[in-house]
Write a protein that binds this ligand. Structure first.
Ligand code: UDX
Ligand code: ADP
Length: 461
């Protein structure tokens, strides 16, 4: 294969929520590139090659159907793919460490390191290795050292190209991103490698939206973007607690402050707390790095974003208990939604997990409905299985329940027949709207005691 040709062979190691959709969009936008997605998980790869993809993401099926077998391939044969491809994206998981130094905070880089070692084992020529997974600052340096330790005389360029897609809107985010960030070492070879990755995105992203920085800025920017987004949510959630004590309404406060163009309206939706695989992990990582560099005050500042989020989960459950005459023991509570947000089946770090456990500790009987997340939910809360039943439709879920708790902002929850639901429930019937998606006056008129998050309840008795 000619030297330049191999840079049209792209490999992504890690076929998860980031690797799969990102590579599908690259394949669709760059028909003259061959894109291979490889994973050690044979079941996941089999699913990517089937009609039932391993992740639910609006628009993903259609793109995969269009490109798979043409210039998009899913495989477990990582070794051949490494040999063939000139550009290797690495999108393996980097969970929070659960053991040893930094347990509970630092990123566990063992999967990353294994990948780097697989690359040097199988590579037969120079490669560009691109960090896609979110990684602590200066990981590129460690990776570069591991890769350069090869005894074959090969040279590797390590770039950072963090992915900013949000689940549920991944395809839209990938097709028209606010920005693409590419960080490279400030060397001639670093710049040449960066141009190759730049050229891929320039096929569909306007050039002025492709930002190039040094590799450390790129790595840090991803952590900071997530920390700032999560911080906004914790800020508005803290105010929701105050609103519940006063006659203020958090939605009105969010609208009023969001109209200030310096603040802006996005990410000001109060709720049961943020979830997802990124926010908590990345902030813990930031906290760990700050502590590592002796920046205790900075670390404590960011840590508070997580503590407030935990408080918000607990506060939601405590409000349920208090409002239902101080006990939920043996009462049926219907949870509407289990995914960490709408339009995904992903439940990683979902507030639903914590809320379910807290309610089960109070001996509530839980009934759970979610349009996409039930298979994951069953695994997440297997430890409290005896307190939980799962439903395939919201009406059976709510039948004879004492209360409904809305945990996920699925749009279908807005349009259910709440009159019918009310009639089937035990009275007095409660709704705890943890996402503020229902019209509280309408619910109150039906007869519900309605507790929207961040405002005074409307009760019937
Ligand atoms: C996030 C970042 O948005 C994305 O850029 C990054 O690449 C990965 O992490 P994701 O976790 O997929 O994406 O979803 P996001 O839309 O950010 O929502 C995260 C959590 O915050 C969800 O639980 C969501 O319900 C919650 N949220 C979001 C709120 O509670 N209020 C809001 O106003 C916005
Ligand atoms: P994300 O949400 O960041 O995409 P996921 O956990 O969904 O993360 O995906 C990460 C993927 O990386 C998993 O499918 C996992 O099997 C894969 N993976 C982990 N380690 C390796 C490895 N050494 N080689 C190949 N794939 C790996």
């Amino acid at each position: 294969m000619k030297k330049e040709e191999k840079f049209k062979e792209i490999l992504c190691i890690g076929a998860g929520y980031v690797g799969g959709p990102t590579m599908a969009v690259i394949a669709a936008k760059c028909p003259d590139y061959n894109v291979t997605v490889a994973d050690i998980d044979a079941r996941r790869i089999a699913a990517w090659n089937s009609d039932l993809l391993p992740i639910y993401e609006p628009g993903l099926d259609e793109i995969v159907k269009r490109t798979r077998g043409k210039n998009l391939f899913f495989t477990t044969d990582i070794s051949s793919a490494i040999k063939r491809c000139g550009i290797i994206f690495v999108s393996v998981n980097t969970p929070t460490k659960t053991f040893g130094e930094g347990a509970g905070k630092a990123a566990d880089l063992q999967f990353w390191e294994k990948t780097a070692r697989a690359i040097i084992e199988d590579a037969e020529d120079d490669k560009i290795v691109v960090e896609k997974s979110t990684l602590p600052v200066r990981t590129a340096e460690l990776m570069h050292r591991i890769l350069q330790s090869n005894t074959k005389g090969l040279s590797f360029e390590v770039l950072s190209n963090p992915e900013f897609l949000a689940e549920g809107t991944a395809i839209r985010d990938l097709e028209s991103p606010d920005r693409v960030l590419i960080g490279a070492m400030e060397t001639d070879s670093g710049r040449i490698a960066m141009e190759k990755v730049f050229d891929i995105y320039a096929r569909w992203v306007p050039r002025d939206r492709i930002l190039t920085t040094n590799v450390w800025s790129s790595e840090l920017s991803k952590l900071v973007a997530n920390a700032m987004l999560a911080q906004r949510i914790s800020s508005i959630n803290s105010i929701s607690a105050l609103c519940e004590k006063t006659d203020a309404d958090v939605n009105e406060v969010a609208s009023a402050i969001g109209m200030d163009s310096r603040i802006g309206p996005k990410f000001l939706k109060a709720g049961v707390g943020f979830g997802g695989s990124c926010f908590k992990k990345d902030i813990l990582n930031l906290v760990y790095i700050c502590d590592h560099y002796g920046l205790g005050e900075v670390a404590r500042y960011w840590e508070q974003v997580i503590l407030l989020n935990d408080y918000q989960n607990r506060r939601f459950v405590n409000r349920i208990i208090r409002s239902m005459f101080n006990t939920v023991a043996n009462k049926k509570i219907a949870l509407f939604g289990f995914a960490f947000k709408a339009d995904t089946g992903d439940t990683r770090e979902s507030p639903a997990i914590y809320i379910s456990r807290l309610l089960a500790e109070e001996r509530a009987n839980l009934a759970i409905y979610d349009p996409k997340a039930i298979p994951n939910a069953k695994k997440d809360i297997a430890d409290i299985a005896s307190s939980v039943e799962f439903h395939e439709d919201p009406y059976s879920c709510a039948k004879s329940a004492h209360a409904i708790a809305i945990i996920t902002d699925w749009s279908e929850f807005r349009t259910l027949d709440y009159q019918k639901i009310y009639q089937s429930m035990t009275k007095p019937a409660f709704i705890f709207d943890g996402r503020n998606i229902l019209d509280k006056h309408k619910m109150h008129n039906i007869g519900f005691n309605i507790y929207s998050l961040g405002s005074r309840p409307l009760t019937t008795s």
